[in-house]
Design a protein around this ligand. Structure first.
Ligand code: ZN
Ligand code: ZN
Ligand code: ZN
Length: 304
């Protein structure tokens, strides 16, 4: 299998955009933290005390899909949306939303009157998510004032964003759905390996899709790595935690990864996750088993 090239974009001093436009077609990781970021509010443990003391701020999980030099789409509107848009150096052509949890849509607030006061920013989301935004304050105001233009999709639909250059398949996934439903995105950017973006999932066993079929269609995955194992939660029973631990996901996918049929990167890391530290035993185990930990600024582009 031709492996995608994952590069890391360095901050260029004096350059307005943090992730300047190196390739016409690329996918940029704009953040890798669970919904509430890191340092995490109220956390007095070493994970966040150290990060705060070092001035670290890990942005919430999000992606930029660039189909041309002058056009890109934002996947999920996080609480870090202003910094993530600034990092790209221009406004997105549209926004896609996975689901109605705070790390994935509340950044829409910056599009309203008190912020950008956007004019008809296309927002692609499921029909249930669109109804949630239309029916609930303060989001309904964005719709009423025309700051956003909702473009609802159905599960299984392929959303064509930029002709042959960029399309996204909406794939329903099982997750806590208090307000709406949850979708992963099967992303096809011209010249790039098809990529599955699945930041939130309850349990692999609850997903009706055959993992082999999904891997055949999308050989590159960026998936839920919220918790490494039960250890970081004081030995709590992981079966009641609504995310597959990284160790479980590796058990499930390692054979395909080792056979070169699949490339997997973990994102959406909880503040407690030892994978934040590239020198941790967990990070070494993950690398040894052939998996990657996504980092902000990471770039997927064609190997041509
Ligand atoms: Zn989340
Ligand atoms: Zn913490
Ligand atoms: Zn969620």
């Amino acid at each position: 299998m031709r492996r995608a090239i994952a590069a890391f974009v360095l901050l260029a001093a004096g350059c307005a955009a943090e992730f300047p436009n190196p390739m016409p077609q690329s996918i940029v990781v704009l953040g890798t933290a669970q919904d509430a970021g890191r340092p995490h509010i109220g956390c007095a443990k070493a994970c966040c005390v150290t990060a705060a003391a070092q001035g670290q701020h890990e942005r919430v999980a999000s992606l930029a899909l660039r189909s041309r030099r002058d056009a890109w789409w934002l996947v999920d509107a996080t609480p870090d949306l202003p910094a993530q848009v600034r990092a790209m150096g221009s406004l997105p052509s549209g926004i896609l939303l996975t689901h109605a949890h705070i790390g994935h849509y509340t950044g829409l607030m910056y599009l309203g009157r008190e912020g950008l006061n956007a004019r008809g920013m296309p927002v692609h989301c499921s029909e249930a998510m669109a109804e949630f935004l239309r029916e609930n304050a303060p989001w309904d105001q964005l719709v009423r004032l025309g700051n956003v233009e909702l473009r609802p999709f159905r599960s299984g639909e392929r959303i064509v964003l930029d002709g042959e250059r960029l399309s996204v398949e909406a794939i329903r996934v099982p997750h806590r759905d208090e307000y709406a439903d949850t979708h992963a995105f099967g992303i096809r950017v011209e010249y790039l390996q098809p990529l599955l973006y699945l930041p939130d999932l309850d349990r692999w066993e609850d997903w009706e899709r055959d993992l082999g079929d999904v891997a055949a269609a999308y050989p590159l995955w960026l998936v839920d790595g919220s918790f490494f194992s039960g250890d970081e939660l004081g030995g709590r029973d992981m079966s009641v935690i609504p995310h597959p631990p990284v160790v479980t996901t590796m058990d499930l996918l390692e054979e395909r990864v080792r056979a070169g049929r699949l490339e997997v990167w973990f994102t959406h890391l909880n503040h407690t996750n030892p994978l934040w530290d590239p020198e941790s035993a967990a990070a070494h185990e993950t690398a040894r088993r052939g998996f990657g930990v996504a980092r902000t600024g990471q770039l997927f582009r064609s190997s041509d």
